[in-house]
Design a protein around this ligand. Structure first.
Ligand code: ADP
Length: 500
């Protein structure tokens, strides 16, 4: 493995298109899932390719306090349909010597509040999300057009998920000069659908509320707006790009996506190897690499101690780190639990999400102390220790556009056990005699989303764990794989160049 981002980042080239990367979350300021990781690491990888990429994000409290200083670069006092706001410029550190320029929309009326980016502290969607993210789309479109008050003008606006889906629509209806837009789907299940009255309230023409436009089953859809009006669509793995062109994973948008398949590209996410590398991970004490895995056992022991599991290095330790939801297959995990506790394994789960599922997982841990441990919450440090300390990583996702943890796991010598869906198919190679023989095997894959198949595959992993030499081979196969952004960032660059 080598670092994705050279230190320091090179000066951007004038010959490359300039990119405005519009996102509702960015690690480490604000992250609810993979989009937060991608929003930090893809721009850094593009900067390493000498592209001038700048971020646009809402000014949540954690963004305004996390980035300093924040120069005022524009004031939008009389923006029709939206409260007044200020645009501030700051820099997001990438490493000790480099950073990426960020534009922050400072609009206290919409963003200055306790809670998450999309939901209040009780887990309810903010009632004014259409305005919170309508403003993000609007400012994105202004900065991407000749209406921009800034000297810096992008050739491309790169929108991410429904929260920035209105940018391509606003740009489409802008009469003057404008940037081309790319819409990336990180998860098609989240669409940002709102009552149709919002079309007028957000300043979009009535004609846009059409089947050939932003109408979606009697609602206005932010995501469909992006998918319909953007010049190009990408999603985060080639296999997911195929899956979303038909039911059920098209979530009602399969017709549009299959009609636009010539402008739809699947590009697998990379991982940030400056953050996720067992040889220098700052969150773990004992570092290791694919040439010497011995210290992984120390991390396993620390993990067992931390999570109050029995201190036993012979038992296979399974792990999951995730949003606890139906999408991620936690119901299946619960179903197999009564059988799982009868076989010699340990299980550690880190996550939060569905309250009912959280409760039953916690009850499971209480019923089987020393064998099952559950931590409800979001903890970056613990997630790194789990990747380093576990033997096998469970991802029984119903669907998974790309998935990051199966890649982190392979880099950490933790064998992924996954359902054959989305990006998991593109990144994990099932262990079979053939794949063992050709050196490609990196984990375990099951094809039917049933408790029986999940359990059978866990049993298969437990059996293989006894064969330490073969297990070690799989670990080393995974650790030797290149999951860096290098190839994927170049694929985005090809699309930008084509559009610019
Ligand atoms: P999604 O975006 O669907 O949630 P991904 O696998 O693409 O799934 O990305 C999830 C990211 O969030 C990973 O980096 C994962 O480690 C992290 N993550 C999820 N839940 C937690 C948690 N409870 N604590 C720490 N990190 C978490």
């Amino acid at each position: 493995m080598s670092s994705t981002v050279p230190i320091p980042l090179p000066v951007p080239s004038r010959n490359e298109p300039r990119i405005l990367f519009i996102t509702p979350e960015v690690f480490p300021l604000c992250k609810t899932g993979g989009l937060g990781d991608v929003s930090a690491s893809l721009p850094a990888a593009l900067r390493a390719l000498r592209m001038d990429v700048r971020l646009l994000i809402p000014g949540y409290p954690q963004v305004l306090t996390g980035l300093k200083p924040k120069r005022k670069v524009a004031v939008f006092e009389h923006l029709k349909y939206f409260p007044p706001c200020v645009l501030r410029a700051a820099k997001l550190p990438v490493n000790d010597s480099s950073s990426i320029p960020v534009f922050i929309i400072d609009c206290p009326e919409l963003y200055s509040r306790e809670g998450g980016p999309y939901q209040d502290p009780a887990g309810q969607d903010w009632p004014d999300n259409a305005w919170r993210f309508g403003l993000l789309g609007k400012i994105g479109a202004i900065l991407g057009s000749d209406a921009s008050p800034l000297k810096w003008q992008p050739h491309i606006v790169h929108c991410n998920d429904w929260q920035s889906g209105l940018t391509p629509a606003y740009l489409h209806f802008h009469p003057g000069r404008k940037a081309a837009s790319v819409m990336t789907i990180h998860n098609l299940a989240f669409q940002g659908n709102f009552p149709p009255e919002n079309v007028a309230r957000l300043g979009l023409p009535a004609s846009s509320y059409d089947m050939h436009g932003i109408e979606f089953h009697g609602r206005m859809s932010f995501l469909k707006a992006g998918l319909y009006y953007a010049e190009h669509i990408t999603t985060v793995s080639p296999n997911y790009a195929r899956e979303i062109q038909s039911e059920p994973l098209g979530f009602g948008l399969q017709g549009l996506l299959s009609a636009r398949r010539e402008q739809l590209t699947g590009i697998i996410n990379g991982i940030d190897e400056t953050l996720w590398n067992p040889a220098r991970d700052p969150y773990i004490v004992s570092h290791y690499s694919h040439t010497d895995l011995s210290a992984k056992a120390i991390n396993k022991r620390v993990l067992q101690e931390t999570m109050a599991l029995a201190l036993d290095d012979t038992v296979p330790l399974f792990a999951a780190i995730s949003r606890i939801t139906h999408q991620k297959g936690f119901d299946l995990l619960q179903q197999v639990a009564p059988q799982l506790v009868k076989i010699p394994v340990q299980l550690v789960i880190l996550g939060s999400g569905n309250a009912e599922m959280e409760k039953s997982l916690t009850a499971l841990a209480q019923a089987y102390p020393g064998k099952i441990a559950v931590h409800i919450g979001y903890t970056e440090a613990l997630s790194h220790l789990i990747e380093a300390g576990a033997d096998c990583f469970l991802m029984p996702s119903r669907f998974e556009p790309c998935g990051l943890n199966q890649m982190y796991s392979q880099q950490y010598g933790t064998l992924p056990l996954v359902h054959a869906t989305g990006g998991l198919v593109d990144t994990v190679v099932d262990c079979t005699p053939a794949t063992l023989n050709d050196g490609s095997a990196t984990g375990f894959v099951f094809h039917l989303m049933t408790a029986e198949q999940l359990l059978a595959t866990i049993r298969r992993a437990v059996e293989l764990f006894k064969d330490t030499a073969t297990w070690r081979t799989l670990q080393q196969n995974g650790m030797a794989k290149d999951f860096s952004w290098r190839i994927s960032a170049a694929a985005y660059r090809r699309i930008y160049r084509m559009l610019a």
